[in-house]
Design a protein around this ligand. Structure first.
Ligand SMILES: Nc1ncnc2c1ncn2[C@@H]1O[C@H](COP(=O)(O)OP(=O)(O)O)[C@@H](O)[C@H]1O
Ligand SMILES: [Mg+2]
Length: 321
């Protein structure tokens, strides 16, 4: 449904988006995750025809954003980062105005407004001026606006930013409902945000795509790397040597803490049973044994800081040449 190929956007010499490619399939809800300044808004503005790319291509439902922008706009609903609403307009007036911009006639407009007001729980505020609404309600007006022409694709840029926890929950569940009928891509700089709503994550950092996959796939990548913590009482070097001999062990670190040897093991498999048997066999008391399952947060921090180190390394190498 969305095809992004080798997309780049330069602001002067600054590469805000650097050769990004990804696909969003019909019916998917995809999270576009990255720290502030990663290039999320820039990418989404290109995808929604608000800005041309420097290079690369984007097609939505088979239409090119550059050469067929009218067709693209017809199938895309966009909630920008800061919703440009008119404070003095009442909700109904605003939606009517937006419906006219979409070229809807009076009857179509009335039906569409009815539909989105119902969808976004705006019935109670429909005759209130937008400027008097809470941030949560204004966000819903923005969502209602993006849904007016019943687009196949919804592009939501940080849809819950600035909302309080109750509003965030309400907005999340609304987005999940919308995802049943629309293909959705939503951006966030907060991992739990996209983890809670999205089937698949695309992580970008400094304009580059650094990882993508389902939350489970990304978590899986982490658990194969870091693994097991055990605390045994016995000679530190013997413990280290015995654990190293176990099958599938990649790395073992030991430290001595108040008479106990703390072992941290990186391995390809779950070693808990082996460690337990070892403790019995050697008569080493065991006071802790657990898998250190990395969280997705760990993964996010890792890819984001990891690429920074790589970049710095490259820059230094370039400076030396
Ligand atoms: N109009 C602009 N002119 C120059 N630089 C910009 C402009 N818009 C964004 N940038 C820069 O491009 C980078 C990516 O910005 P943005 O796409 O807004 O990131 P995000 O939405 O992930 O926070 C940032 O370093 C930002 O400062
Ligand atoms: Mg942004």
């Amino acid at each position: 449904m969305i095809e992004v190929r080798n997309l780049s956007k330069h602001y002067g010499s600054h590469r805000a988006v650097n050769n990004i490619s990804f696909t969003v399939n019909e019916g998917e809800i995809v999270g576009f995750l990255g720290p502030n300044g990663a290039g999320k808004t820039t990418t989404l503005r290109i995808v929604t025809c608000y800005m041309p790319a420097t290079s690369g291509s984007v097609t939505i439902a088979g239409h090119d954003v550059l050469t067929e922008s009218m067709q693209v706009r017809a199938v895309v609903g966009y909630l920008p980062e800061s919703v440009p609403l008119y404070p003095e307009m009442r909700v109904r007036e605003y939606l009517q105005f937006r419906g006219r911009l979409h070229g809807m006639d009076r009857a179509n407009r009335a039906a569409a407004i009815d539909r989105v007001v119902e969808r976004c729980w705006l019935r109670d505020v429909i005759d209130r001026p937008i400027g008097q609404l809470s941030k949560g309600y204004r966000q819903r007006v923005g969502l209602a606006d993006s849904l007016l022409h019943n687009p196949k694709v919804l592009v939501l840029d940080e849809p819950t930013i600035g909302l309080d926890p109750a509003q965030i929950r309400a907005t999340r569940s609304l987005i999940r409902e919308l995802a049943q009928e629309h293909t959705v891509i939503l951006s966030s700089h907060i991992l739990p945000e996209v983890e809670a709503t999205c089937q698949r994550l695309i992580i970008i950092h400094e304009g580059r795509l650094v990882a993508s996959g389902t939350p489970d796939e990304l978590r899986q990548r982490m658990t194969t790397e870091s693994n097991l913590i055990a605390e045994l009482k016995g000679p530190e070097s013997d413990i280290g040597a015995s654990v190293r001999k176990l099958a599938g062990v990649a790395d073992v670190r030991t430290t001595l803490q108040d008479g106990w040897t703390r072992v941290s093991v990186a391995a390809q498999r779950d070693l808990r049973e082996d460690i337990f048997r070892l403790a019995i066999e050697k008569h080493w008391p065991l006071r802790e044994l657990r898998r250190d399952i990395a969280t997705l947060e760990d993964f996010f921090v890792k890819v984001v800081t990891g690429t920074r180190e790589q970049h710095d390394g490259r820059d230094e190498a370039a400076a030396e040449r």
